[in-house]
Design a protein around this ligand. Structure first.
Ligand code: TPP
Ligand code: SF4
Ligand code: MG
Length: 344
């Protein structure tokens, strides 16, 4: 293993090794901030880029995997169909880390069915929704997460109730549900790290303002509204191993720890009130309260580190299926005969 220096991580890579192409998104777009945090999280977690495979659908958000992790594998699929692509690929090689990037249109409008079935199956992957309340790529039509009554130039007024991605994930029995805000990069980064360590689908709904079509200060997906109304549930820090936890480093206050599948730990420092992210009832209640009282609840909203993943449900071999030798895949004539005889 290469010596750790100031500019390289524990596997000898620099931050530049995790970068992608130069972004062609609008300057100030929330999606760009999220790409930067994905780069930082993977660099700091010492993940080899070639161990990651990126998936996306269609939208400005879905273009963004081009702007991080150039050395990783990736596939830009069809609108709303990222989950089935990711599932197929992950099945082929369970040792890859799967990172999916979607938009609110891609997930909550056209892709809601695929989204719900993915989380129900609990495929190990990070599922990021870059949520701006509009279809940015096609010039700002309302998406299914736009608030009722939102008025936008050229669009008129949105008459429909919104879909809340976090609530959909929770009622769909997701095992990891978080919400963040592109204006809070540290929280985005720490949530991404925890999500990358979770054994199941990790949904992170990130309010990611579209500065071209939906950034008026009174609208719920704008920078201004987010900054003024964000109410983090806790100060969150990801720690790679339990041994590394020195609570003194995190300052005064009370803490809650959640140990993830790979032994890493999420340390949650209490802010306003006690919050237990393993309590689904409390999770639903806090979301309803946020909606009623007009604040943006962010943080690790719910996690169940012990919920079986798709690989566990199906008892998938540890050996990735794309590397199982054909002799092991193909039953011998004797074993086929034994099966046939058993059915006589
Ligand atoms: C099957 C299909 N229907 C419609 C479109 C047109 N279309 C392209 S992107 C998009 C919406 C993207 O919105 P979102 O997922 O929120 O991404 P954003 O651009 O806001 O990041 C739509 C409707 C398409 N490409 N394919
Ligand atoms: S149109 Fe909106 S979502 Fe698309 S790149 Fe520009 S700011 Fe971002
Ligand atoms: Mg959008």
């Amino acid at each position: 293993m290469a010596e750790k220096t100031v500019s390289t991580n524990q596997i000898g890579l620099t931050r530049t090794d995790y970068r992608g192409e130069v972004s062609t998104l609008c300057p100030g777009c929330g999606h760009n901030t999220i790409s930067v945090q994905i780069i930082t999280a993977c660099f700091e977690m010492n993940i080899p880029p070639e161990k990651i495979v990126k998936f996306s659908g269609i939208g400005c958000s879905s273009k963004s995997p081009t702007y991080f992790l150039s050395k990783s594998f990736g596939f830009n699929g069809l609108h709303g169909r990222m989950p089935s692509l990711a599932l197929g690929a992950a099945f082929g090689d369970r040792q890859m880390k799967v990172v999916g990037v979607s938009g609110d249109g891609d997930t909550a409008s056209i892709g809601i069915g695929q989204f719900k079935h993915l989380i129900r199956r609990n495929l190990p992957m990070v599922y990021i929704v870059e949520n701006n309340g509009v279809y940015g790529l096609t010039k700002g039509q309302f998406s299914a997460t736009a608030e009722m009554g939102l008025e936008l130039k050229h669009q008129g007024m949105n008459p429909f109730m919104p879909i809340d991605i976090v609530k959909e994930a929770l009622v769909g029995n997701a095992s990891f549900v978080a919400r963040s805000f592109a204006g809070d990069p540290k929280q985005v980064r720490e949530l991404l790290k925890a999500a990358l360590s979770h054994n199941g689908t990790s949904v992170i709904d990130i309010i990611s303002p579209c500065v071209s079509f939906n950034d008026r200060e009174d609208t719920l997906h704008s920078y201004q509204w987010g900054r003024q109304h964000e109410a983090p549930l806790h100060d969150i820090s990801y720690v790679p191993t339990r041994r590394a936890i020195i609570l003194d480093e995190f300052g005064e206050g009370s803490f809650k720890e959640v140990t993830l599948h790979d032994g890493s730990v999420v340390v949650l420092k209490k802010l306003e009130k006690e919050y237990d992210p393993t309590d689904k009832f409390q999770a639903l209640k806090i979301l309803e309260e946020g909606e009623r009282d007009h604040y943006l609840v962010t943080g690790l909203i719910y996690v169940n580190p012990d919920q079986p993943s798709l690989y566990d449900f199906l008892n998938l071999t540890d050996e990735p299926l794309n590397r199982v030798k054909s002799d092991d895949l193909r039953p011998s004539p004797e074993s086929l005969e034994a099966i046939n005889q058993a059915m006589v």
